[in-house]
Ligand binder design. Structure first.
Ligand code: SAH
Length: 352
């Protein structure tokens, strides 16, 4: 991978090579307190605070543009990295009157799913752990500045730009920081993946993999149909994924409920009752994970259309007959291009 800025931990370690591990943990914890810069982190000696203030950025991202949806329940921000790359993160109201943050793991994406705006950008680079961590910090600071809004962020989903399992180490490190430094528990964090088989395999034997929820973007249970809409699909993906699900259950059995499949419904492409029937049987074979159906969100320059609601209803009914728990995801932030698959840097209305 090309250039990546140094992380705070890397800078700290090179500035203070003899610093004990607890100093690193204190620095990390300080990021989630009321401190507004290293100068306020009084657990550190004054000289150390001064060096940090000079050498280590307090936050790794800068706000470029903030957008609010018409109904006020979705916000999107364009952030800029130290090397001037732009990416997006979204804040959405959830059913419990709390907030869900949707984070990006990469600037752009190499997967090129045909219906996704981010895929059309290509990959610029993976985000560092700090740049992932700081998306949550950005929204915490944002809410603190808007006391009239609910304050609690209860969930984080990796459903922004990028493929998290193509950037596993930084994703893992960011999740670890959030779990250690906030009240967000691992089951309130969801990693959504296109299904990178070798990375999924590694999770099964990785003692450091946090017990987060995993969502697999399936979009078709028919191998050659999936290859057409998700070009990163490897040969025998459908079979390999079913086998993986079995092993996931064996290894992390008590976490059966942690697995969800996502299925974006595209009119005339993957929304037929015949496809639903194949999918229903396939899900049973995979140990009956939950299914989230996502009506396609329009993406400019793409010819795909969303399925009509009656077709979606028939699709869901066919899945239900297989005893699968199926949910239709509510679309949010459409008017600010903040909905699934719409994240790409462009000009939008309703700047706030
Ligand atoms: N790379 C990860 C995260 C992507 S975004 C993944 O593939 O899971 C999260 C979800 O939005 C994925 O299921 C993705 O396929 C879906 N998505 C992408 N473009 C979409 C669109 N235009 N409409 C609806 N869902 C879309």
């Amino acid at each position: 991978m090309s250039y990546q800025p140094l992380t705070r931990t890397q800078r700290l370690k090179s500035l203070f090579p003899d610093a004990p591990a607890f100093r690193i943990r204190q620095a990390e914890a300080a990021l989630f307190t009321d401190a507004t810069g290293w100068e306020n982190v009084t657990v550190f000696p004054k000289a150390m605070r001064e060096t940090l203030e000079r050498e280590v950025p307090w936050i790794s991202v800068r706000q470029v543009r903030l957008l609010e949806s018409n109904d006020g329940d979705t916000f999107k921000v364009v952030l800029k990295t130290e090397d001037d790359l732009l990416f997006e993160t979204v804040l959405m109201a959830n059913a419990r009157d709390q907030w869900t943050v949707c984070v990006s793991s990469q600037v752009g994406c190499a997967m090129r799913c045909v219906f996704c705006a981010t895929g059309a950008m290509g990959l610029k680079r993976s985000l560092t752990a700090d740049e992932i961590v700081d998306q949550l910090r950005f929204w915490r600071l944002f809410l603190a500045g808007r006391p009239a809004l609910a304050q609690r962020i209860s969930n984080v989903v990796f459903m922004g730009m990028g493929e998290p399992l193509a950037n596993v180490e930084s994703v893992k490190s960011a999740i670890r920081t959030w779990i250690d430094c906030t009240d967000i528990g691992p089951t309130h964090i969801t990693v959504s993946t296109v299904g990178v088989i070798p990375a999924l395999e590694k999770i099964l034997t990785d003692p450091d993999w946090p017990s987060v929820r995993i969502a697999i973007s399936l979009h078709s249970a028919v191998q050659d149909e999936r290859e057409k809409i998700v070009p990163s699909t490897v040969p025998q993906f459908i079979d390999k994924l079913a086998e993986w699900c079995h092993r996931y259950r064996q290894v992390l059995g008590n976490r059966r409920h942690h697995l969800t499949f996502e299925y974006t419904l595209i009119a005339g492409v993957n929304d037929g009752e015949d496809q639903a029937e194949i999918l229903g049987r396939y899900l049973e074979k995979c140990g009956s994970p939950k299914l989230n159906v996502i009506p396609l969100n329009p993406v400019s320059g793409k010819n795909f259309l969303a399925s009509q609601q009656d077709r979606i209803d028939r699709f869901k009914a066919a899945i239900l007959r297989h005893g699968i728990d199926v949910m239709q995801r509510r679309t949010m932030g459409n008017d600010i291009a903040a909905a699934c698959g719409q994240l790409a840097i462009g000009e939008q209305a309703h700047e706030v």
